[in-house]
Design a protein. Structure first.
Length: 109
């Protein structure tokens, strides 16, 4: 079973910026829910070197058709040169929860 919904995730280096991302997405009705997890420890390659940093993870629930607008809104607020912005499909979910998501998101354009 496939739904029209996705979860978009991004990481950021402090909780205030994570909150700013969440508020932006919610105010624009691009996400029905944004969860912030952290701090977490990220290990990654950047400019040819292994790096390590403390980050906060934002998980936003939205519709597939809103992905580009979500990505754009995140980039407007995000401070990283190349932020992690990934979308994963929501394959199934409680029907009542999915109906709530649909109700809370910006109408299709």
């Amino acid at each position: 079973m496939t739904t029209e919904f996705i979860q978009v995730l991004t990481t950021i280096d402090n909780p205030e910026k994570a909150t700013a991302i969440a508020k932006t997405l919610l105010e624009k009705r691009l996400a029905a829910c944004v969860q912030i997890l952290g701090p977490l420890q990220s290990h990654y390659w950047w400019q040819g070197q292994q790096e390590q940093s403390q980050e906060w993870l934002c998980l936003a629930k939205t519709r597939q058709e809103l992905y580009r607008a979500v990505e754009s809104a995140i980039r407007e607020v995000h401070s990283y040169q190349t932020p992690e912005v990934l979308a994963v499909p929501i394959l199934a979910g409680l029907p009542e929860y999915l109906a709530w998501l649909k109700q809370e998101l910006r109408p299709p354009e």
